[in-house]
Design a protein. Structure first.
Length: 312
């Protein structure tokens, strides 16, 4: 798309300049390169795993742990996958679901990216076994690495700096990290408060890396893409700004249409979606309310003097 075509989309997608604009960002794989962070954190697990298995087996488990995450991410981001690979991923997904059956029955939700479950599956696939305590210790080591070594996309820092200079409110919405604990029967249990507190530490840490925001909404226990989660988000923002949600215009940014954008657009008349596909080379109009982009730098020039940037 040319700069002129993007400008035309902006003009048509945001027809009411009297609406104050709020930007709402997904975090993982939108603002942070979470996949690369996962790979590094998974590699760091080798030292922890060698406490309870051989070095060669620890390397195999670490590699498998990387792989199962990457496979499930393909589903989350709705990337095209051939039939054979999709069948294998669906089988993996069913294994993940089966291990959190009790959580699903109690909380009404299933999360695919619980690192405790993924590491358990990785060990099982490699012929290893981790006790619940060993699993906890290793996953704590993993998340400590993720906390201390975030990889924030440079364009994310630039757009938050620009939004801050324009005094445009920016909020974060992020899924639960699904901090589970394995029970003696092999199933996993869930403490929403503990899981939420753990993720909040990572969100607060982003402020030291150029992501300055008003508030973060974390999916414990209600998570994306549930309507309950998004109602909490929109109600919270409305209260913060002391304005009815109908008086606000939302620019919703995320890497998954289904998880990040679809429900907000369904529930809000005054909203557009920016689908951030990091492997996409050029901007593409998905619909009259959704624009797919490869990076966020595209919008920097439009934040000055456009309705997307509110009022300075």
């Amino acid at each position: 798309m040319t700069s002129e075509e993007i400008s035309e989309w902006v003009r048509s997608a945001l027809p009411r300049p009297d609406h104050p604009v709020v930007w709402l960002f997904d975090v993982d794989d939108t603002l942070t390169d979470t996949q690369a962070m996962h790979h590094r954190a998974a590699d760091s697990l080798k030292s922890g795993l060698t406490v309870c298995m051989t070095e060669a087996l620890a390397s195999s488990v670490s590699r498998r742990f990387r792989t199962v995450f990457d496979q499930l991410l393909l589903i989350h981001q709705q990337r095209p996958v051939d039939e054979g690979k999709m069948r294998s991923i669906r089988e993996l997904e069913e294994r993940v679901r089966g291990l959190q059956r009790e959580i699903s029955e109690r909380w009404g939700t299933v999360r695919l990216f619980s690192r405790e479950i993924l590491l358990h599956i990785a060990a099982e696939d490699c012929g290893a076994r981790l006790s619940p305590d060993e699993l906890d210790r290793c996953v704590d080591q993993y998340w400590d690495h993720m906390l201390k070594h975030p990889i924030v996309y440079p364009d994310a820092v630039r757009i938050f700096r620009k939004l801050g200079s324009r005094r445009v409110p920016a909020y974060l919405m992020t899924s639960s990290d699904a901090r589970y604990r394995q029970n003696t029967d092999g199933q996993f249990s869930y403490d929403p408060c503990a899981s939420r507190q753990d993720k909040r530490r990572r969100m607060v840490n982003l402020k030291d890396h150029g992501i300055s925001y008003e508030r973060s909404f974390i999916g414990d226990p209600a998570d994306k893409p549930s309507e309950e989660f998004y109602d909490l988000v929109f109600s919270g923002i409305s209260q913060d700004l002391n304005m009815p949600r109908g008086d606000l215009f939302f620019v919703v940014v995320g890497d998954s249409y289904r998880s990040d954008i679809q429900v907000p657009l369904d529930r809000l008349e005054s909203a557009v979606g920016i689908l951030c596909r990091r492997n996409q080379s050029a901007a593409r109009v998905e619909s009259e309310r959704v624009l797919a982009v490869g990076d966020l730098d595209l919008f920097l020039e439009y934040l000055d003097g456009s309705k997307m940037g509110g009022k300075g």
